[in-house]
Design a protein around this ligand. Structure first.
Ligand code: PLP
Length: 374
């Protein structure tokens, strides 16, 4: 048996997504910038996809721009906020994905700005009072950048509350919503954001395509120079196949979001109970008591020679799970997220991440293998 429990790293393509992408590959090769029949057809497919995504977020179509990834989208949001919107101070958290963390490091070197990190507790929660206190003294243009769902712990931001605080203090609010899109609710009319970023391969769409939502109040300039694609905001011939696939994926996932949530929550609880039966000293990273995403369960195994190289041993036995976040897997070092959450470094973290495609049989198999290993 081969079991995949790394849906936080990436997801397989939904069969319906493959079908629409196949259709585009076979039948629509025109360059969307060409004004003849072939080009117009491709352009129309892109605009249909934009409408689907805008409808999903309750945004207007002029606020959605396609990118090559969430990494690109997050870079764009942070760079442009500093360069074009005069942001001089960014408040973020130490548990952000590397595409935020490293971009902030680069921005501090490149521009005259300051970056401050909020404290997080042992479950990865920020302190909303600390955020408010920081915003009270804001004399310069400020942006808050906080991820919706943490990719290692599943800890979930109260995005509505964070947004209300940002609105109250009149600061920009950017969120890396990669692990929340299609899993948790998000409506930009209810929750005001300046920027949000997403990636298709996290919700059963293709790799190499994502999007950025830019609230219509924010007039920014492109970071790439070239053609007039994406209304002059993102030069480069569009990834037509990917964009169409992403829109189909979002349409499908939004139809089953709430049912998936319940199903995955049951699976997660089942896995958690099973793990505790094997080893009662396992701790779980992240937030149980308030908001968490059931799609991610990070188990912290107590130190023992048997738990060393646990994710590698699981792989040998047919189970794909992650020892850290996808982008740093293979590196047997505590991640910056675990460090920020002050996890005992002797503990061995294994991130299991689930899908509506996950079955109890797969979890039983995984649990039986873990029982044998540890
Ligand atoms: N942000 C988070 C929270 C992620 O989990 C990931 C991917 O692992 C990214 C950003 C980067 O997304 P992409 O693969 O589209 O660059």
């Amino acid at each position: 048996m081969r079991v995949y429990l790394d849906y936080g790293a990436t997801t397989p393509l939904a069969p319906e997504v493959i079908d629409v992408m196949h259709d585009v590959m076979k039948n629509h090769f025109g360059n969307p910038s060409s004004i003849h029949h072939h080009g117009r057809k491709s352009k129309a497919l892109i605009e249909e996809a934009r409408k689907t995504i805008a409808t999903f977020l309750n945004a207007s179509i002029g606020e959605i721009f396609f990118t090559s990834s969430a990494t690109e989208a997050n870079n764009m949001a942070l760079h442009c906020a500093v360069r074009d919107l005069n942001v001089k101070r960014i408040i973020s958290s130490p548990t952000e994905h590397h595409c935020i963390f490293h971009t902030l490091d680069a921005l501090v070197k490149e521009y005259d700005i300051t970056v401050e990190y909020l404290e997080v507790d042992g479950k990865g929660n920020i302190d909303y009072a600390e955020l408010e206190n920081k915003l009270k003294d804001s004399s310069v243009k400020t942006m808050v950048s906080l991820m919706y769902v943490n990719n290692e712990s599943g800890t979930t931001l109260d995005i509505h509350k964070a947004s209300e605080i940002c609105t109250q203090y009149d600061v920009l609010f950017h969120s890396d919503t990669v692990q929340g899109i299609g899993k948790l609710p998000l409506d930009v009319q209810e929750t005001k954001l300046s920027f949000l970023c997403a990636s298709a391969h996290k919700f059963y769409g293709p790799k190499g395509v994502g999007f950025i939502y830019i609230n219509g109040d924010n007039q920014i300039k492109p970071i790439f120079h070239g053609g007039a694609q994406e209304r002059n905001m993102r030069a480069g011939t569009e990834n037509l196949i990917g964009i169409v696939g992403m829109a189909k994926a979002i349409e499908l996932i939004s139809e089953i979001r709430d049912d998936n949530f319940k199903k995955v929550n049951d699976l997660r609880n089942y896995m958690k109970e099973g793990l505790l039966k094997i080893e009662p000293n396992i701790l779980f990273l992240g937030n149980e008591n308030t908001m968490y995403s059931p799609y991610i369960l990070n188990a912290l195994f107590p130190h023992s020679p048997k738990s060393d190289m646990l994710s590698m041993n699981l792989d040998i036995r047919g189970i794909s799970a992650s020892s850290g976040s996808a982008c740093s897997s293979g590196v047997e070092q505590q991640t910056h997220v675990l460090k920020a959450m002050k996890v005992d470094p002797s503990r061995k973290a294994v991130r299991f991440s689930f899908s509506h495609l996950t079955s109890k049989e797969e979890l039983d198999f995984t649990l039986s293998q873990i029982a044998e290993i540890v």
